[in-house]
Write a protein that binds this ligand. Structure first.
Ligand SMILES: Nc1ncnc2c1ncn2[C@@H]1O[C@H](COP(=O)(O)OP(=O)(O)OP(=O)(O)O)[C@@H](O)[C@H]1O
Length: 630
């Protein structure tokens, strides 16, 4: 009986029915930590994607070359990210409170805001840090989503139980910021759950000192990590330099102490490089330019003065050091467009990269607007514009937005800025029909190229570098672009690299042909062709069957003439200039036409010209190729 009575007592509900009551189970408090860990971290993939995208597309480098220093970039990006995060969190908290989720309304709002505020800083710092390890925005985004969802699930399925037990080593687990966030949300959830159950208030500031409340540790961990992450991110960005420019030595912060060692390294490289590449004499025109540069005292009329610039890449895998630029001396005046020509691998990009601050010279320097590239790049960036070989554009920004952005970097503002943007769009034919207001991803290759050229002239820079500006353009677009360059020559120095001789002849006041790391000739296009061509090109069309007679005729004019082309009765010869002059050819042709004898050479058509720039270029490239093959 006793037993029955006990059972009856235990199931007393059956004996004396209990009054109906509401079940106070709060699901937002129980499941909240999982969902809220996901929601609060949802901006992490977006931040990381933007940071990696700007490195991947080399936009960081482009911004740097237009004057946006690393410090300013970090400050602007950080502030923008945090503003976005604050807005997002306001919506999150207001929405949660409006739908009366207990985690939001039972806990003190200050306690919650403090957690979200510190976590926001930590998350942005983490994005900067993670961005150092990725070179693809897609991979980085996928990774970040895995972190967001993975940490939420691990927290909910595994850690929640251990957190309640108060193990000391949970603090180590919480060094992972997402788990810290989870712990913080877990504590808020616990307090609000109990508050609902007891019909009381949730967590207040006074509860932070509760022995089992892990929120204080979370605050401290997140705040300390924020600084550690920022410091690490800054350091790794300098050392990895993935898409941001120069890669620095891991001990770069000891530069002052390393300088002597650094100079010794450069001196050693110099000696090694000289061993592999003996010095060669300069051509007369290159020597004259060298002497001109040495004699320059006032740089005002020469926005670019390059003195003894040399670049040696350290040898890798047992290879000797690579002497990429041997000794460049060059001065470019205001209003001058200087063309750098040369075969692939000649050292053009290396030279330009040193001038724009992307590479450190091994020896020598360049003065841009009077500022030294070794020490004053900050001042130089505001004086220069760059049109890189590949268009570095934000796919989702319009042409107008690009020009506005780069105009601002150059210090333009208000009406001056809007006028410069309008002029820029008009000058490159991106104004009509509202093309300038379309996103760059909708532009054709030619339009993107024209936009890149407009960017390089934004803010009226003293120096503009155009790296193969017309590559990939159709003939009409190319001519259009040439007009843009021509109309922007006044008042500035332009350095242009190109593989198109036509472009070089049309745009450049002077040219330098770069071969194997050195200038082999310098002068205006006409001078170069007449000086280095060294031969005339003669084309002759004669009556059928008179080909050998035509050859004999030309050999009488110039015994060393070389037949370069022959199709039916049309023949093309190279005549050495020291054997015959242009007037000599004209006189000989007049005699041949005046000849009325039987069996005379019947010339149906003929022409003679100096060698072209292309022929001179090929001659230099071949000479070096032959030397390399020796
Ligand atoms: N980081 C590097 N390390 C070692 N060697 C390099 C490095 N960058 C370039 N080089 C070498 O230096 C030489 C000059 O290269 P550079 O890119 O300046 O030539 P370029 O004239 O610009 O060629 P292109 O017309 O193809 O752009 C080449 O032999 C190249 O292989």
């Amino acid at each position: 009986m006793q037993g029955v009575n006990t059972t009856a007592n235990l199931i007393g509900v059956q004996e004396t029915p209990k009054a109906a009551s509401q079940i106070r189970l709060d699901f937002s408090s129980l499941l909240g930590p999982l969902f809220f860990t996901w929601v609060v971290q949802m901006l992490l993939p977006i931040f990381l994607m933007q940071l990696v995208y700007e490195k991947e597309k080399r936009l960081r480098m482009m911004m740097k070359m237009h004057g946006l220093g690393d410090g300013a970039y970090w400050l602007v990006t950080y502030t923008w990210f945090y503003a976005l995060y604050v807005l997002y969190m306001i919506v999150f908290i207001v929405f949660g409170s409006l739908i009366r989720l207990n985690m939001f309304i039972k806990n003190n709002i200050g306690v919650q805001i403090l957690l979200y505020a510190i976590f926001g800083h930590n998350m942005i710092a983490l994005s900067f840090l993670l961005s150092c390890f990725f070179s693809s925005a897609k991979t980085a985004t996928i990774f970040a989503y895995l972190v967001v969802f993975g940490t939420g699930l691990i927290g909910s399925l595994l850690l929640a139980r251990l957190m309640g037990a108060g193990f000391w080593w949970m603090t180590i687990v919480e060094l992972v910021p997402s788990f810290s966030l989870f712990r913080g949300l877990f504590e808020l959830g616990e307090y609000s759950f109990l508050a609902v159950y007891r019909d009381s208030y949730g967590m207040k500031f006074s509860n932070l000192s509760d022995p089992k409340n892990g929120l204080v540790a979370v605050y401290i961990i997140l705040a300390l990590e924020w600084w550690v992450f920022m410091g690490l991110a800054w350091y790794l960005e300098q050392v990895f330099a993935s898409g941001t420019g120069n890669r620095r030595h891991p001990l770069f912060f000891l530069d002052r102490f390393r300088k002597a060692r650094h100079d010794a390294d450069n001196a050693r490289l110099n000696i090694q490089a000289q061993e592999v590449a003996p010095a060669q004499d300069e051509a007369a025109d290159v020597a004259a330019e060298h002497a001109r540069v040495s004699g320059l005292v006032d740089y005002a009329g020469n926005p670019i003065v390059v003195r003894d610039l040399k670049k040696i890449y350290p040898g890798q895998d047992g290879q000797p050091p690579k002497l990429a630029v041997r000794q460049l001396n060059l001065a470019i005046e205001k209003g001058e467009c200087f063309g750098l020509l040369g075969p692939n691998g000649a050292g053009k990009s290396t030279s330009i990269n040193m001038m724009v601050g992307l590479l450190e010279p091994t020896h020598g320097t360049a003065l841009i607007g009077g500022y030294d590239i070794r020490s004053d790049m900050g001042s130089i960036y505001s004086l220069m514009g760059v049109c890189p070989q590949h268009d570095l554009l934000w796919e989702t920004l319009t042409g107008r937005e690009h020009l506005t952005f780069y105009g601002r970097l150059k210090g333009l503002d208000g009406k001056e800025l809007s006028d410069a943007v309008e002029d820029g769009l008009r000058s490159v034919n991106l104004w009509n029909g509202g093309v300038g207001d379309k996103q760059a991803q909708q532009y054709s290759g030619g339009m993107k190229r024209r936009l890149s050229v407009a960017i390089s002239f934004m803010g009226d820079p003293l120096v503009a570098y155009l790296d193969e500006p017309s590559t990939g353009l159709d003939p009409a677009s190319r001519r259009n672009l040439w007009d843009v360059v021509k109309s922007n020559k006044a008042g500035r120095a332009i350095v242009l690299t190109t593989h198109s001789m036509e472009e070089a002849e049309t745009l450049c006041d002077r040219l330098g042909i770069f071969v194997d790391g050195r200038l082999v000739c310098i002068g205006n296009p006409k001078e170069i062709t007449s000086r280095y061509g060294g031969y005339l090109v003669m084309t002759l069309t004669v009556a059928a069957g008179q080909e050998s007679q035509a050859r004999a005729f030309v050999e009488r004019l110039a015994p060393s003439a070389r037949l370069t082309y022959s199709v039916s009765s049309t023949l093309k010869f190279e005549l050495p200039s020291d054997e015959v002059s242009l007037s000599g050819v004209f006189a000989a042709m007049a005699d041949a036409k005046a000849d009325t004898s039987a069996g005379r050479l019947q010339v149906l058509d003929w022409g003679v010209a100096n060698a072209t720039l292309e022929e001179v270029f090929i001659k230099f490239a071949r000479a070096i190729g032959a030397k390399a093959g020796d």
